[in-house]
Design a protein around this ligand. Structure first.
Ligand SMILES: *Cc1c(COP(=O)(O)O)cnc(C)c1O
Length: 368
């Protein structure tokens, strides 16, 4: 046996680096023999899964010998009803991550370009790299604000997809409704605007848009959402897109028939009606943000005000050491180097207890 082979991968793969997820709790616990470890690194819902979703899973267990509904009809209807669109305008996928890959496969040829206000979610780059397309990053302004003029300036004859993640991961900043409308007015018809609303539920600004109104109005916009964040179903892998029916038809061509398993479909269909869980999650997040802002200020740390369930915090030149020191205190956050932000960490807002534990750990590692 040899450990090398002579089978040449596609050229496009040379660019692709493996996704680096936050360290799992069990790993850190084992490594450092810690009693308590908290993970505030993946923007999961600290209150847990939607109880309605969990209940729906148990009733689906007896039917596991059946293939899932390839057309995800019940879930599409539930989404269409919730968002006031038609079910022909909806596609359901194995997490929103899969939708980004499908979009890339459906629309990107070698040499095409995608525009990404950066830093942002790494899956957009992954999809483009996979297809041999080119990523055109557009920097944020001071305070990580979107610069619509620079985004418009980045459009070329090769542009196919333009991503707007709002609220943006990892910055927590958002694009105002009027500015998004101005952008849509300036984008040529051959460009699909992908509005990533993974964190839409958390946004409270009065001039925020979740993008759905622009799909209803007939723009070339695809809005992507997920059951992984506010609904608390990240482990099941369900996301969806809402777009003009003709765009959905194109994406369906590259979708595998049974991409979303039956338990995930059942849970998501129930979870989307679980207003109580969504409300509790938003309230808990808002309270958590207030507590964390206060603590960061007391500790003399700058942070970016968030419209989401995570906060980008500036730790300065020692950020990497402090990130590692937090790990040794049993707190997993996300270090910003992956986004070209080596002086920052991104901290997911946890429960009150988790936030307090984080604040204590920060106090310790900062020596305050
Ligand atoms: C979490 C996340 C998603 C989707 O996640 P899935 O678990 O694949 O549904 C999409 N976009 C952003 C910006 C995210 O943070």
């Amino acid at each position: 046996m040899t450990t090398t082979n002579h089978i040449k991968p596609r050229k496009a793969l040379e660019k692709i680096k493996p996704y680096s997820p936050g360290k799992p709790i069990w790993e850190l616990q084992k490594e450092l023999n810690l009693d308590k470890v908290i993970k505030l690194a993946s923007n999961e819902n600290p209150l847990g899964p939607s109880p309605k979703g969990v209940e729906a899973i148990s009733s689906g267990l007896a039917e596991l010998h059946r293939y899932p509904d390839a057309d995800t009809v019940s879930l599409k209807e539930a989404i269409a009803t919730k968002l006031d669109v038609t079910k022909e305008q909806v596609i359901v996928t194995n997490g929103a991550d899969e939708l980004i890959t499908l979009l890339s496969e459906a629309f990107l040829d070698e040499g095409d370009e995608i525009i990404v206000p950066s830093p942002s979610f790494s899956e957009y780059d992954f999809g483009a790299d996979l297809m041999g397309a080119t990523v055109v990053p557009v920097a944020f302004d001071d305070g990580f604000e979107f610069n619509v003029d620079q985004i418009i300036d980045a459009i070329t004859d090769c542009t196919k997809l333009l991503y707007i993640c709002s609220p943006n991961n990892p910055t927590g900043t958002y694009l105002e409704r009027n500015e998004f409308e101005r952008l849509l007015g300036a984008v040529p018809e051959r460009v699909l605007v992908v509005f990533d609303g993974a964190y839409s539920h958390y946004a409270t600004a009065r001039d925020y848009t979740d993008g759905i109104e622009f799909v209803r109005a007939g723009y070339n916009v695809l809005v992507l959402q997920t059951f992984s964040k506010v609904y608390g179903l990240a482990g099941l892998r369900v996301g969806f897109g809402v777009a003009p029916a003709s765009i959905i038809q194109t994406i369906l061509k590259v979708k595998e028939p049974f991409n979303v398993n039956s338990l995930a479909q059942a849970a998501a269909t129930a979870a989307i009606t679980d207003d109580e869980h969504v409300k509790a999650s938003k309230e808990s997040n808002a309270a958590g943000c207030r507590d964390l802002y206060k603590a960061f200020s007391e500790l003399g740390l700058n942070y970016v005000e968030t419209m989401s369930n995570f906060i980008l915090v500036e730790l300065g030149p020692d950020a990497e050491e402090l990130y590692n020191a937090l790990l040794s205190q049993g707190v997993i956050v996300r270090y910003g180097k992956i986004w070209g932000l080596p002086e920052y960490v991104r901290i997911t807002v946890g429960t009150k207890e988790e936030n307090d534990f984080l604040i204590e750990a920060l106090r310790t590692v900062l020596g305050k």
